[in-house]
Design a protein. Structure first.
Lengths: 414, 314, 287
């Protein structure tokens, strides 16, 4: 039944191939690696360039890259009186979580990399951070902030992201000033969306809002017209959507198709990305987005300068305006730089201790404090509104002067 | 003679596999663990898809359910992990057995779609069940070392190959082959096809669940979209077909080959590794259209020539 | 009452979108026993092509449908003739493997050419709707349903009465008899794939009009087409219409009664029940 000779050849060949190829590419990459001896600090980053997360993966990739470029242009990172070039070693995890883990392992074991920046998306971060924690090397998240990443008592995992559950606070504060009372929440069923929605609903209830509708839909939903029909019967003042980009677009399209009008509409993901107004045209006007950073914020630091200068540099380098995904990634890379400087060496244990002891930092994306569990707190989150096809900052503080289109004009009056 | 040489070869390969952790590094061990996991999964798929001729598109249901159940029992019910693992594997096996009874009445593509529906429905139920993490996923403590997980996954892969070997060389294996080539005839000569098929499906489920419970503690974080990812089923199928369906070594060969292709693709290209992987798969199909081992056990179900299952009606 | 009527309308119209996507899948499956795992990605590619045509030629997406259809028809013919035909006679599952590889390659080529950014086909009417009896009828979805009905009729007429259509039908009953009738099987297969690629592309235009998409959006479309095809019965001209309507209405009503999070439990649970009770689909012969 089985042809033994063929079996033998195939099995033998593949076993040999496995060892040869794997060790082969191992030596190939190690020989390229000249970390620390030639004055280069290498940081590993398993970020998706292909697969379902390729879009946001690119933003994170560019955010990390911009930091690398700027630091090297400034002559390198000044550590203990010496200048080190920085080099970010990117690997494509194909958007698959197990690949994030195996690539982190590969960079640790074969490329001798000891400092890491995270992949995009909570699931992939979970997998990659596990490997970092196991080897006791620091990894900073520049791609997501699910609270459950930080409730595992890990010692080597840090973040530049606030908790997902905090995203909606600013939006609700803004709506409060406009006298909005009743809210409808719709959210997807993944970790990020659930945390963000739960945080938002809790905040709403404790701040005097009335949540009249709340439902969860499966990720990648392609029709939500019936939910909108249901929501229309409750006639809430505002719709809060917590999901993915395509679902935010779908909700706007279908709200218009079903002629369901709200005084205000807000999303956690969508409006901050340039493709949101491009995709929806004038139907995107007036829609709010919970953001983590905008170029208008009044912060600055030594590497990038002001938020505005960061945005200009980004545009100059990559040809598009940055959204918060890129800024958060740059901030994560910057945190790594700060920690290496404070530690006085790229030694992973010292960098880890430096990160834990950074306390409150002032970066171009805002002021925040590194907490004991590796997460951050204190970042003031802005809100954006689509005006004339652009995301304009309308919160916090005096930015609220920019806020307009309230209540939103009816769909047929646009 | 042939059989002895096969045994000898298998022993050599196993010995080589056993030497990987002490002789290589953690990265290769990590990749090896993943390959062993897929070899076990593909081996499990092979029992129902390759040997019995029932092309399942939903075997990921067993992997995912095994992982989530073990995670929930240990995290939410505070059972020790070994106990949670055993309970989860047995529970998933029973689940497979019970669902196999109605589903295995379906043939060909209808069975495929039913199993696909089974996997999607299981995912949806798990996502909506609070005890199973309700879509938020679960974190398990970091335990063990890469080597341990490698050896455990390897044992499951060996177990899966062993089961396949024993099945092929037993009366039961002939029953399955009979079902594959002509089920009606098999029934006519008094073979209890329902029992045979269902137990093959349950075995397939058991192996999937085993890989799942080890995956959960190995990765230390699991969430439903990851462990119920439909492409995991597709990979089991792709690996089995690539290596040779219905053979002992086929799923293992396929798993190793795809594993190497994936790692090679990621090493060669930083921004289009999935593209390279896809081209690799197409190349294998074009140049090895019968799978590496050839499709020696293929019954009627595997052939295309001759009459078609679905005559087109206007 | 009004709520339920509107929900029913929503379901029926979603059925149009689902059904039009399944037409091609059903045809390939019925004639060639080919399950095309790249089906959804073909549709996404068609959506991108429509965006390009709109941007560069200024041609309205609905008017561009014939052009998109022809381009995909030709492309599909070549893909089948030079690629899929090479393995289609060897083993049932090798074609599955091949289309899996094609899906990977196509999706990632799209990332290279169009970036991974989300796009949508944006026209003034894309988000508008007609109002009838106080109910909302979104224009794109309504037109999709009309298209689906017209295409189903045309497909039926083509298969029933035209020469190439009869060749396709003869081949679907078995390649041996077809060969004895003097048909060139590779060309019949290529023609079938060409036709279904054109149909897939038509569905892709409507998908692009009603959703935002990125190169990775194909997967769920393939699964959807799979389900609709089975519900309606494989290899019938009316199957996609019937399957689409059933699934659309079921999802809409179910999501209102039980909440949208249970949509997949309902859809796939019911699919299991239907399969076990009527394994050949709702239109098919009883099990």
């Amino acid at each position: 039944m089985l042809k033994p000779r063929k079996l033998a050849k195939a099995l033998g060949a593949s076993a040999v191939a496995l060892t040869l190829i794997l060790s082969g590419c191992g030596t190939a990459t190690t020989s390229n690696n000249t970390s620390s001896t030639a004055g280069t600090i290498t940081i590993g980053a398993p970020v998706a360039a292909t697969g379902s997360l390729a879009n946001e993966g690119k933003l994170v990739h560019d955010g990390y890259t911009l930091w690398e470029n700027v630091v090297n242009k400034q002559g390198g990172l000044l550590v203990d009186g010496k200048r080190y070039k920085v080099n970010i070693n990117f690997q494509d995890d194909q958007s698959v979580a197990t690949n994030s883990a195996s690539l982190t392992e590969k960079m640790y074991t074969q490329d001798n990399i000891r400092l890491f920046l995270s992949p995009y998306a909570s699931g992939n971060i979970f997998s990659a951070t596990t490997v970092a924690e196991k080897h006791k090397v620091p990894m900073i998240s520049g791609g997501g902030g699910a609270k459950s990443i930080f409730t595992r008592d890990y010692k080597y995992v840090f973040s530049a992201y606030p908790y997902s559950g905090d995203y909606l606070g600013s939006v609700l504060d803004l709506l409060k000033t406009q006298g909005v009372k009743t809210l409808a929440f719709l959210h997807a069923d993944d970790v990020f969306s659930k945390e963000a929605d739960q945080g938002g609903e809790d905040y709403a209830k404790s701040h005097g809002f009335d949540v009249v509708y709340s439902a969860q839909y499966p990720s990648n939903a392609s029709d939500l017209t019936s939910q909108l029909t249901q929501i229309a019967q409750k006639a809430p003042d505002a719709l809060i959507g917590t999901g993915h980009f395509q679902e935010a677009v779908l909700l706007v399209k279908e709200a218009k198709q079903m002629n369901v009008n709200f005084k205000s509409i807000a999303f956690t993901v969508g409006p901050t990305m340039p493709s949101f107004p491009q995709t929806l045209g004038k139907d995107a006007e007036g829609i709010l987005g919970a953001s983590l950073w905008t170029p208008d914020l009044p912060y600055k630091d030594d590497i990038f300068g002001t938020s505005k200068e960061y945005a200009d540099l980004y545009k100059q380098t990559f040809g598009v305006n940055p959204d918060y995904h890129s800024a958060m990634a740059s901030a994560a890379a910057e945190l790594m730089g700060l920690a290496v400087q404070k530690a006085g060496s790229p030694d992973p244990q010292k960098v880890r201790d430096a990160l834990a002891g950074l306390g409150t930092v002032h970066l171009f994306d805002g002021d925040f404090t590194i907490e004991a569990n590796g997460s951050i707190s204190g970042l003031k989150l802005p809100v954006v509104q689509i005006q004339d096809g652009k995301a304009v900052t309308v919160w916090p503080g005096s930015f609220s002067q920019n806020f307009k289109d309230f209540p939103l004009p009816a769909w047929n009056k646009r | 003679m042939k059989r002895q040489r096969n045994m000898f070869l298998a022993a050599c390969v196993l010995l080589l596999a056993l030497c990987i952790p002490p002789l290589t590094n953690d990265y290769i061990v990590q990749v090896g663990t993943e390959m062993a996991m897929y070899a076990a999964l593909a081996g499990g798929w092979n029992l129902i898809g390759g040997l019995t001729g029932y092309p399942s598109f939903g075997n990921v249901a067993f992997f995912g359910l095994g992982a989530m159940l073990a995670g929930a029992l240990s995290v939410n019910a505070h059972w020790p992990y070994w106990l949670a693992a055993i309970a989860s594997v047995l529970g998933t096996g029973v689940f497979a057995l019970l669902l196999g009874l109605p589903l295995l009445r379906l043939k060909g593509h209808y069975f495929s779609i039913a199993t696909l529906a089974l996997a999607q429905a299981t995912l949806a139920v798990v996502t909506n069940t609070k005890f199973l993490g309700g879509g938020m996923g679960m974190s398990l403590p970091i335990v063990g070392s890469p080597g341990i997980f490698y050896y455990v996954m390897l044992s499951i892969a060996v177990l899966s190959a062993l089961i396949t070997y024993l099945l092929i060389h037993s009366e039961y294996g002939n029953t399955l082959l009979a079902i594959k080539s002509d089920e009606v005839a098999a029934q006519a000569v008094g073979i209890n096809t329902v029992l045979a098929k269902s137990s093959a499906f349950a075995l397939s489920g058991l192996l999937g669940a085993m890989a799942g419970v080890v995956y959960a503690i190995w990765q230390s974080y699991i969430d439903p979209p990851t462990v119920f990812e439909p492409s995991i089923t597709v990979l089991m199928l792709v690996m089995t077909m690539m290596g040779g369906a219905g053979t002992v070594a086929g799923p293992i060969l396929g798993a190793v080959l795809i594993g190497i292709l994936t790692q090679l693709a990621m090493a060669v290209s930083q921004n289009a590794s999935s593209l390279v992987l896809g081209l690799g798969i197409i190349a294998v199909v074009l140049f090895l259209p019968k799978g590496i081992m050839g499709s020696r056990r293929s019954g009627k179900g595997g052939k295309r020539r001759g009459k078609n299952t679905f005559p087109l009606r206007g | 009452m009004h709520l339920w009527l509107q929900v029913l309308v929503n379901g029926i119209l979603q059925g149009g979108i689902l059904g039009i996507s399944a037409l091609a899948f059903s045809l390939q499956w019925g004639v060639m026993n080919l399950i095309n795992l790249a089906h959804g990605t073909f549709q996404v590619l068609a959506a991108y092509l429509t965006v390009l045509i709109l941007q560069h030629l200024g041609l309205d997406p609905l008017l561009a449908v014939p052009l998109v259809f022809i381009i995909f028809f030709l492309g599909g013919y070549l893909v089948q003739f030079f690629l899929i035909n090479r393995v289609i006679s060897t083993n049932l599952f090798m074609t599955l493997l091949l289309t899996y590889g094609m899906d990977f390659v196509l999706a990632n080529l799209m990332i290279l050419f169009f970036t991974a950014d989300y796009k949508s086909i944006n026209t003034p009417y894309a988000n508008s709707s007609w109002q009838l009896f106080g109910l909302q009828f979104p224009i794109v979805r309504s037109v999709a349903l009309l298209f689906l009905i017209v295409l189903s009729v045309l497909l039926w007429l083509f298969l029933e009465y035209s020469r190439p259509g009869r060749a396709i039908r003869a081949t679907s009953m078995g390649t041996e008899p077809a060969r004895l009738m003097g048909l060139k099987i590779p060309h019949v297969y290529a023609l079938t794939f060409a036709l279904s690629s054109g149909l897939a592309a038509t569905g892709g235009v409507f998908f692009g009009l009603s959703n935002a998409f990125s190169p990775a959006s194909g997967g769920p479309l393939t699964v959807g087409a799979f389900v609709v095809t089975i519900l309606g019965g494989v290899g019938t001209s009316w199957g996609p219409l019937v399957g689409g309507l059933i699934l659309g209405v079921l999802d809409a009503v179910g999501s209102v009664i039980f909440g949208p999070t249970y949509v997949n439990v309902i859809t796939f649970g019911l699919l299991l029940v239907i399969l076990v009770l009527r394994p050949n689909g709702v239109l098919g012969r009883a099990g």
